[in-house]
Design a protein around this ligand. Structure first.
Ligand SMILES: CC(C)(COP(=O)(O)OP(=O)(O)OC[C@H]1O[C@@H](n2cnc3c(N)ncnc32)[C@H](O)[C@@H]1OP(=O)(O)O)[C@@H](O)C(=O)NCCC(=O)NCCS
Length: 178
């Protein structure tokens, strides 16, 4: 079992040498090697890497971008659940959020709690940084990853349709505020 503290964490820069990575999903692998720097350059998403201590392998990566979470009139019951934790006089039809655009853990390191620790790190940073208002984490979770996000405290924003390949989910950062 790997120890999360043994890994190095860094943000991708234009000249970052990206170490080998394979999470088993060609789109996620491709984004890291082909698109992450382009998104950074266009200020559309910032990518973070977790590397092994010798920096020989990419253990996991994720990218973040600003988002908002909005009332979908067709999903009132989901919205009511989300609103329950917000005082009446602060309730709106949209709230600020940070979106996990991509998240992948290397197959070699799967099922060692690394995905959970990565999410914990994002929760801690965004609940305490206070650089701008950010109440929720959002993600369009791949269907096969929905149970993972549920185990990490995320809820669905809409009712799942069997034909959908992704499900919009959220996490309320208020749980981690000091
Ligand atoms: C989904 C993914 C990020 C999970 O990362 P991970 O490091 O293997 O997950 P963790 O070990 O932290 O798992 C945390 C919990 O979620 C569960 N879990 C993880 N992946 C799961 C899955 N696909 N289905 C069901 N449960 C899952 C684990 O069993 C664990 O539960 P437990 O505490 O009861 O044992 C990783 O498998 C991955 O990169 N998959 C391919 C790409 C992908 O689907 N990314 C998500 C894009 S939205």
């Amino acid at each position: 079992m790997s120890n999360f503290n043994d890994f190095t964490f860094r943000q991708i820069e234009a000249d970052t040498d990206i170490k080998p990575f394979d999470c088993g999903d060609p789109d996620l692998n491709g984004f890291l090697f082909d698109d992450a720097k382009k998104y950074l350059n266009e200020m559309l998403a910032v990518t973070y890497l977790l590397e092994d201590s010798q920096a020989q392998k990419t253990v996991a990566y994720y990218c973040l971008l600003n988002d908002k979470i909005e009332l979908n009139p067709g999903e009132k019951s989901k919205w009511n659940k989300l609103n329950r934790n917000i005082p009446n006089n602060k309730r709106h039809h949209a709230y600020p959020a940070v979106k996990i655009g991509r998240l992948g853990v290397s197959k070699e390191y799967a099922h060692q709690n690394i995905g959970r620790m990565v999410l914990l790190q994002i929760k801690m940073i965004f609940s305490r940084m206070n650089l701008s208002g950010c109440r929720f984490i959002t993600v369009d979770a791949y269907s096969q990853a929905v149970p993972f996000y549920e185990k990490c405290g995320f809820h669905s924003l809409s009712n799942k349709d069997e034909n959908d390949t992704t499900l919009a989910m959220y996490f309320d950062l208020m749980y981690y505020k000091k």
